[in-house]
Design a protein around this ligand. Structure first.
Ligand SMILES: NC(=O)c1ccc[n+]([C@@H]2O[C@H](COP(=O)([O-])OP(=O)(O)OC[C@H]3O[C@@H](n4cnc5c(N)ncnc54)[C@H](O)[C@@H]3O)[C@@H](O)[C@H]2O)c1
Length: 281
């Protein structure tokens, strides 16, 4: 499916590490819909991942930036304005990382230096990106900034650990900055709360396969894929959603509104049948 939804639009996409990254799919779809884009990721990710391959495929450039580093971000925004010959229209923040999750630290035994890092990389970097873009007056009126979140910001998911706190902060930043940037320049800021998705970051979450299966059974429409998430991101970059701002938008097949589904209940019942047959196993 190719169209012209984003014809004339330009933007920066953070976080395409490899083919399974959500940002990778967004970049591909944005270009298919006529957008001009720039990719950005950390130096380390550029060394270890496949971002350059994507840039080649999409005939664009990659600018290295650590999204927690203001100088890096300032240079990136200035380079983007040079590349685009002026202001641009959208930013995708598709960035997340928790050293506590990586090192298997339990939520009741967090390393607080790690927690600082989790919050800085996964949430405060959203503020830093927006603040740097605004100070450079880099975004056109009716531009759009999107961050990616998860329902653990509202509800407890064992294993999601301190990333839940980071996502709550991320969503709050979308509201707080959305007011300021909206009033001043009509720039909208939203987060998309996506289903569990098998990516490098996703698979790092404890019990990820079970989580994926559980939410598939709980969601009337099933889990949303990375490709489907990309399509949703595109609608938010487009002019079709000009009055949507300061929202956390669930893109999860209905999961967030469910209590219990028939499929999940059937699976739950099966575990009791198993218990009855093998009471001592
Ligand atoms: N995969 C899921 O289940 C899922 C569900 C909901 C939301 N999300 C969110 O989607 C976003 C993208 O994750 P993904 O699932 O595509 O995984 P991914 O691992 O492909 O992407 C994460 C990206 O963050 C980048 N990154 C890490 N530290 C950075 C830094 N300091 N500066 C700049 N970039 C940095 C990584 O290099 C990588 O490209 C994240 O915010 C994630 O929390 C993922």
């Amino acid at each position: 499916m190719k169209g012209r939804l984003l014809e004339g639009k330009k933007g920066i996409i953070f976080g395409a590490l490899n083919e399974s990254s959500i940002a990778w799919k967004v970049a591909e779809r944005a270009v298919e819909e006529g957008a001009e884009i720039i990719l950005s990721n950390t130096l380390m990710a550029l060394r270890l991942g496949d971002t350059d391959t994507l840039a080649e495929k999409l005939n664009t450039i990659v600018v290295a930036a650590d999204a927690t580093d203001i100088d890096d971000l300032d240079q990136l925004i200035k380079k983007a304005m040079e590349h685009f010959n002026g202001k641009f229209d959208f930013i995708l923040h598709s960035i997340g990382m928790s050293p506590n999750v990586r090192k298997g630290r339990h939520y009741s035994d967090l390393d607080y230096n790690f927690l600082d890092k989790t919050l800085d990389v996964s949430a405060i970097s959203f503020h830093k990106v927006i603040q740097t873009a605004r100070k450079n007056d880099a975004i056109n009126e009716w531009g759009s900034i999107v961050g990616l979140s998860y329902v653990a910001a509202q509800r407890t998911f064992y294993g999601y650990n301190d990333m839940a706190d980071a996502k709550s902060l991320l969503e709050s930043i979308a509201r707080s900055f959305g007011y300021i940037y909206g009033q001043e320049k009509k720039v909208r800021i939203n987060t998309i709360s996506q289903s569990p998705t098998p990516t490098t970051a996703g698979k790092g979450v404890k019990g990820f396969d079970h989580l994926l299966d559980f939410s598939e059974r709980m969601s009337p429409l099933g889990n949303a894929t990375a490709e489907e998430c990309a399509d949703y991101c595109l609608t938010l970059f487009s002019d079709l959603t000009k009055k949507v701002t300061m929202q956390n938008l669930f893109h999860d097949g209905g999961f967030s509104s469910m209590g219990m589904s028939l499929q999940a209940m059937q699976q739950y019942d099966k575990s009791f049948e198993y218990d009855k047959e093998h009471p001592f196993d």
